[in-house]
Design a protein around this ligand. Structure first.
Ligand SMILES: [Zn+2]
Length: 149
């Protein structure tokens, strides 16, 4: 496991991802920078976010956190996983058993990074800023009061 990945921020990022996918039918982030103090995720998008949209996304993510969904993992074959997920960003050397990380029934995605055990550990999710340029929407976020604080 990559040590520099922070489990709280990482899990929050997954929930943000799924929220973006559900609300805007966009793709999961194509790039991310997950750090303890502040993280950022990049999405291919067609316009800037409004203030209201930022608030909406924030609220949805916090609703999922408050629902305290259990984070679990299961291993599936590469073939099975490939039917549903793009594995391009997983390292080649992870082998044929792919670790799927599930956040309740909200999100499931192939992943090698550390996660929290349940969503409430994340604390309060807050979007610091959302900027847009060259078809890229960049969302910067923080988590306050998470278990690792
Ligand atoms: Zn993950």
């Amino acid at each position: 496991m990559k040590k520099e990945l922070d489990p709280w921020m990482h899990s929050a990022g997954r929930i943000l991802n799924q929220t973006m996918v559900r609300m805007y039918e966009c793709n999961r982030w194509f790039g991310s920078h997950i750090r303890k103090k502040k993280s950022k995720c990049d999405y291919v998008f067609d316009r800037p976010f409004t203030e209201e949209e930022i608030n909406q996304i924030e609220k949805r993510v916090n609703d999922i956190i408050q629902a305290d969904m259990v984070v679990s993992e299961e291993y599936v074959t590469r073939e099975e996983s490939q039917k549903h997920y793009n594995l391009d960003r997983l390292p080649q050397d992870v082998g044929d058993d792919i670790r799927m990380v599930k956040i309740g029934d909200y999100d499931a995605c192939p992943c090698i990074g550390p996660h929290v055990n349940s969503a409430k550990e994340i604390g309060t999710f807050r979007i610091v800023s959302a900027s847009f340029g060259n078809t890229v929407l960049r969302i910067r976020y923080k988590c306050a009061g998470f278990a690792g604080n």
